[in-house]
Design a protein around this ligand. Structure first.
Ligand SMILES: *[C@@H]1O[C@H](CO)[C@@H](O)[C@H](O)[C@H]1NC(C)=O
Length: 396
């Protein structure tokens, strides 16, 4: 908010699939990430000049946790939007979770999942067991008749899991004391050191041409190094440059996407999908360049209800139509779903965190109404193609 656009910048942390890992059929990491990218596209369209940061994988994770509890049309809508197979996405999701969080990445990826259920809320055993097996999801009981204490407990969990980067996710007034039954939370924390670090002495104030046409002075990091880079184009022929900055573990990269002069970022964003990101590998070559890139931080809160509804996931949000009969015998629906995310990029590397939540209420109450120039960047891990974070910055 606040500042008018400085730069438009697209943050997308992805687990990058090099040729060996990815076949023609999208991986489960990519299927989930594509839905998250579509959410980003919706949000970016309504806020073209703001900074944004989102974890596509966080969006997919919360839906993945609700999925074993969903039934009928509610379930069909989620499967369709995620392009998951009807039967047995869980084995694939379990494998994905393991790969993403493997120590072999070297750069730290921490993913944690939890369900906070109201005391006495009868959850189906299979629902709890499936989430525990797939996502190491922990289950806790809370007394929502004391919303401040319940919110404080959930926030402490999120704060712990994001290492203090998301200190507060839930406000007490989001937890209806009589109606709240379940709060589902996913947290993702990423810390990666650049494979080739920037020297702090080389960081200088330099001009950046904001998305709003104003030129700002911002701290630009710089280094002379060999980078993998290339030029790609949208189907309309709008060209953009792609630059890869690998993290030191060599399985995760940040990919920067900057349209050529005079093309606004908003014309490139609709063209982005995991398939697009995958296609860049063929266009990129190693080149020795002096790279200037701003140091920046961004945080954003993104409401998921409208975006997911526009993508065909409507029933779960409807007091009348939600079908979570595999979750509990007591009818519930999702009253709120949102994500908070944050990214810090500096000379040493990147820290990013996201927490995504869905708040489920008993169905008997009325539904709540929840009221130099722009570039894109992507971070990607090599084995799976999963998008962990993405963003848009208008003010570094
Ligand atoms: C957060 O971490 C602290 C220290 O490890 C622990 O004592 C506390 O129980 C954790 N809080 C939650 C809500 O998990």
């Amino acid at each position: 908010m606040g500042h008018l656009s400085l730069l438009c910048l697209f943050a997308l942390v992805t687990l990058y699939g090099h040729d060996a890992g990815l076949s023609q059929a999208p991986s489960y990491g990519e299927r989930g990430s594509d839905l998250g990218i579509q959410v980003f596209q919706q949000v970016a369209r309504s806020q073209p000049l703001e900074n944004l940061v989102l974890s596509p994988h966080g969006v997919a994770s919360v839906l993945g946790m609700l999925l074993p509890g969903a039934h009928g049309e509610t379930r069909k809508q989620v499967l369709k939007a995620l392009r998951y197979k009807k039967n047995g996405p869980y084995k694939m999701l379990r494998k994905l979770h393991k790969t993403l969080t493997a120590k072999s990445n070297q750069d730290v990826v921490l993913i944690a999942n939890a369900m906070f259920a109201a005391n006495g809320f009868p959850m189906e055993k299979a629902f709890v067991a499936t989430n525990k097996a797939n996502f190491q999801c922990e289950s806790r009981n809370l007394d929502f008749s004391y919303p401040s204490e319940a919110a404080a407990e959930i926030n402490e969990w999120v704060n712990n899991k994001t290492k203090g980067h998301i200190p507060s996710l839930i406000k007490a007034d989001m937890l209806d004391p009589a109606m709240t039954r379940l709060v589902v939370v996913n947290s993702i924390y990423f810390k990666g050191l650049w494979k080739s670090r920037f020297q702090p002495e080389s960081t200088k104030m330099r001009p950046f041409n904001g998305g709003n046409g104003i030129v700002y002075k911002v701290p630009m990091m710089s280094q002379l190094s060999i980078f993998n880079m290339g030029t790609a184009a949208t189907p309309q022929g709008l060209k953009y440059n792609v630059i890869e900055l690998p993290y030191h573990g060599d399985t995760i990269s940040m990919l920067i996407v900057m349209p050529l002069e005079n093309t606004p970022l908003s014309q490139v964003i609709p063209h982005i999908s995991t398939a697009t990101v995958q296609s860049w590998a063929k266009l990129m070559h190693r080149r020795k360049v002096c790279l200037f890139i701003p140091r920046f931080t961004a945080d954003a809160k993104v409401d998921l209800k409208d975006a997911l509804s526009a993508l065909g996931i409507t029933n779960m949000f409807s007091n009348g139509a939600a079908d979570f009969t595999q979750l509990s015998a007591e009818p519930v629906y999702v009253s709120k779903a949102f994500q908070k995310a944050k990214i810090e990029v500096n000379e040493d590397g990147t820290k990013a965190a996201a927490a995504t939540t869905a708040i489920l209420l008993a169905r008997s109450s009325p539904p709540w109404v929840t009221v130099d120039r722009p570039f894109l960047f992507f971070i990607r891990h090599n084995p799976t193609g999963t998008i962990l974070f993405m963003g848009q910055i208008n003010q570094p």
